[in-house]
Design a protein around this ligand. Structure first.
Ligand code: ADP
Ligand code: MG
Length: 391
C-alpha cells in the first residue's frame, strides 16, 4: 500500500546510465543527500525556537566526474523539473559570478557552486531523486546538499564543518531561489544520522542527535495530495504577529517567553495575535519536552505531544485544513498509533504519524478507506544524512 522507496543504488544506476548516454563517460563520483520531515517544532524556527526533524530514506543523488575544461554540465532526470533539464555554464570567477536564471531548478545547483568554500572545477553530472519535488519533503535542500557534497568529492576539499556546509546551502537557497528559509532543511540533510532525530536550537545553531531507533516504531508520512492556494499574506501575517507579541512582552523573540508572560498582555492584543503567539510559546516548550520524552523512550508522551502540536497548529496558529485534520483524526483512531500531526508549513502537504511497525498497515487501510482524497504513503525510519557513495 505504501509507495516503494527506490534503493539508492537504483537511483545511482539510472543516473550513471544517463551520464554515459548524454556525456559519453563513466561515473567516477556518486553522492546523495536526503529529504526530511519535521517531527515537532512547527513554525518555531523564525522565533528562535527548536525543531526536531529526521532525514528520510528518500534521497537525491548526483553522479558524475570532474573535467578540466572549466565547464559545468548537469542534467536532471526529474520529469517535473522545468525545462531545459540539461544545462551548461562556466565555472564562476570573481569577475564572472553565477547569477540566477532559467531554468529554475538549476539555480539550486548554481547557488551552491557560487557559495562553495573553495575553488570549483568543471564537471559533468546527472541528478536523480526519490524525493518528490515541491511536496514539502525538502527536495530543494536535498539537491543543494547533494550538489555541495559532489563538489567536496570532486575537488577533494571538504567543508571546514558540517555546519558551515549547511549554512552555505541555506545561503544558496536565499540568494538563488529567493526563498528566505530557516536552517532546518539544510542542517538535517547534512547532519542526519540513521536511527536519530536531530534536535536543533534555531537561536544558537547548536544541534544534537537523539535516538529513535526502536525497530518496532516507524514514521508514516501521508501526503494529503492537496495544496490550498494562499492569498500570500498568511505566513507574513503570522510572522508579524510573533514579532509584535515579542516586542510587547519586551523580549527579543518568543523563545524567551513563558505562557504566563503572554497571559499578562492578553488584553492588549487581538485574539488572533494572542493565539498565534500562544502556539509558538507552547510549541517551543513541547519540542523541548518531546526531546526529553524521546531520551526516556517514553513514546506515549512523545506521541501525545505530537498530536497536541497538530491541534495547536489547527486551532491557535490556524495553518491546517480539513484534509490534514481528517488524516490526523483517522490516524489516531487506530490502536498502535502514538501521535500524528501535519508537518511543514500547513494548508496541505503531509502528515506524520508515529506508529508501531505492526500497526502501520492498519493505519494505511483505515485512511485509504475513509479519507476524502487520494493519499500517498511512505513508511520511514530516521535515515542517514549526506554522504559520498561507493561506486
Ligand atoms: P520542496 O523543497 O518542498 O520539495 P521547493 O519548492 O522548495 O519544494 O523545491 C522544489 C524545487 O526544487 C523544484 O521545483 C525544482 O526546481 C528544484 N529541485 C528539487 N529537487 C530537484 C531535482 N532532483 N532535480 C531538479 N530540480 C530539483
Ligand atoms: Mg524546499
Amino acid at each position: 500500500m505504501a509507495a516503494v522507496i527506490p534503493k539508492v543504488s537504483e537511483l545511482v544506476q539510472k543516473a550513471s546510465e544517463a551520464l554515459l548516454a548524454e556525456y559519453g563517460c563513466e561515473a567516477e563520483t556518486a553522492v546523495c543527500a536526503p529529504g526530511r520531515v519535521n517531527i515537532i517544532g512547527g513554525h518555531t524556527d523564525y522565533n528562535e525556537g527548536f525543531v526536531f526533524p529526521m532525514a528520510l530514506p528518500l534521497v537525491t543523488v548526483v553522479v558524475g566526474k570532474k573535467t578540466s575544461d572549466g565547464i559545468c554540465c548537469i542534467k536532471t532526470l526529474m520529469p517535473s523539473a522545468d525545462e531545459p533539464r540539461m544545462v551548461e555554464f562556466q565555472v564562476p570567477t570573481a569577475e564572472n559570478p553565477l547569477k540566477p536564471s532559467k531554468p529554475y531548478w538549476a539555480n539550486y545547483v548554481k547557488g551552491v557552486i557560487q557559495n562553495f568554500h573553495g575553488p570549483v572545477s568543471g564537471f559533468v553530472a546527472v541528478v536523480n531523486s526519490s524525493v518528490p519535488l515541491g511536496g514539502g519533503l525538502s527536495s530543494s535542500a536535498a539537491l543543494e546538499v547533494a550538489t555541495y557534497t559532489f563538489l567536496e568529492a570532486i575537488t577533494q576539499d571538504p567543508a571546514e564543518s558540517l555546519k558551515a556546509k549547511a549554512l552555505a546551502c541555506q545561503k544558496a537557497e536565499h540568494t538563488f531561489a529567493n526563498m528566505p528559509c530557516g536552517i532546518m532543511d539544510q542542517f538535517i540533510s547534512t547532519m542526519g544520522k540513521a536511527g536519530n532525530l536531530l534536535f536543533i536550537d534555531c537561536r544558537t545553531l547548536e544541534s544534537k542527535c537523539v535516538a529513535l531507533d526502536d525497530p518496532d516504531i516507524v514514521i508514516l508520512i501521508t501526503n494529503s495530495n492537496v495544496r490550498h492556494t494562499l492569498r500570500g499574506s498568511e505566513y507574513p501575517l503570522r510572522r508579524i504577529h510573533c514579532q509584535k507579541a515579542a516586542v510587547m512582552l519586551g523580549m527579543k523573540s518568543l523563545r524567551d517567553a513563558a505562557i504566563e508572560d503572554l497571559e499578562k498582555y492578553k488584553d492588549c492584543m487581538s485574539d488572533t495575535m494572542y493565539r498565534h503567539a500562544r502556539h509558538v510559546i507552547t510549541e517551543i516548550k513541547r519540542t523541548q519536552d518531546c526531546e526529553v520524552a524521546l531520551v526516556n523512550k517514553d513514546y506515549q508522551n512523545f506521541g501525545r505531544m505530537i498530536t497536541e502540536c497538530h491541534y495547536s497548529l489547527k486551532n491557535d496558529f490556524e495553518v491546517s485544513c480539513p484534509e490534514l485534520d481528517e488524516l490526523v483524526a483517522l490516524a489516531v483512531e487506530v490502536p498502535g498509533v502514538f501521535g500524528s500531526r501535519l508537518t511543514g508549513g500547513g494548508f496541505g502537504g503531509c502528515t506524520i504519524t508515529v506508529v508501531k511497525q505492526d500497526s502501520v498497515d492498519a493505519v494505511m487501510s483505515h485512511i485509504k478507506e475513509k479519507y476524502r482524497g487520494t493519499p500517498t504513503f511512505y513508511v520511514c525510519q530516521p535515515s542517514e544524512g549526506a554522504r559520498i557513495l561507493q561506486l
